[in-house]
Design a protein around this ligand. Sequence first.
Ligand code: FEO
Length: 401
Amino acid sequence: MHCVQQVTPQIVWVGGNDRRLERFENMFPLPNGVVYNSYVIMDEKTALLDTVDSAISALYLENIEHVLQGRNLDYLVINHMEPDHCANIGELTRRYPDVKIVGNKKTFQFMEQFYTFDKRENYLEVKEGDTINLGKHTLRFIFAPMVHWPEVMFTYEESEGILFSADAFGSFGALSGNIFSDQADFDSAYLAESRRYYANIVGKYGAQVQAVLKKAAALDLRMICPLHGPIWRKDLPYILDKYEHWSKYEPEKKGVVLVYASMYGNTENVMNVIANKLAQKGVCDMRMYDVSKTHPSYIIADVWKYSHLVIGSPTYNMGLYYVMESLLHEMAGLQLQNRKVAVVSNHTWASMAGKVMLKIIEEMKNMELIGSPFEIKSSLKESQEAELDKLVEDIYASVKE
Ligand code: FEO
């Protein structure tokens, strides 16, 4: 049976959840599933904003049929041409052969790369600022290139002040009936997953997010309808402020994330000693992760949140322990910047981990090294405690700055 909800009197949510998918983009774990949002506007003309992933096509098509009540679909707007939102374009053009597919030049380029269409007569190419009038509702197209793909655009509905924001302001996590963020206790249910989604999916493109936030600031914004996660109809400044911080690579909070690789527990021991000493000095809300245990997307999300990072790793095969190396390259690839970092290394017969970690960190933007790198040979000895205390003091002083 159809499963839809009214967003406003003439706009209906027709999306759906997938709680079976293990990994988003076959990479990011989804312990709470994911939602694919899509919206129908019922006016003198009808419009559908984006489609959904193939996993939920059957329900989705039933939803649309139910909402349209026998009416034709006049417009299908493609804000984002990634397959998790585009699996149903072909079927919709078969069901509604006269539908105008609304996109930009890149949208149609990608559409033809992913799928085989011979319906070019249905294309309606728009440019920045173009509008389509549906009756009471008017859609205005605002380009958001590289948030996080080049063809991405937002659609702003002028009469109700609604921004259909593609992947921006989205989140991992399925919706539990409460499709609005104000119904869902956002902080406990979605904030961490929203940050993890941002940092890992969109994080690389902070400058482009900044550019589109400036465009959004000029709009009378009353609602944000993303393609994943809950809809924002209240407290919009809350999520806009999060995006300000995240896109400027500014920590939300002072705090320390400790991340280590450890083969036999000796590097882990150093990290625990550092954390204990920091805690005794009064540092709260620290997070510690074993890179071999926790998926990097969770670690990166916390690194995005907090101001300080302590990384520790042994040398491996005369280089850096591979999992740590991969994590640091991922952080660098996502353009992480503006963090203060302390480095701990371990070796038995070749000292390389510290050098490789420092090189990667130094090549990142505005990363400040705290104190001197600390190194152990195989295990931490009591004789090194004074040196370690100095590093702890330096970290503490930096956190308290
Ligand atoms: Fe949800 Fe970038 O696709």
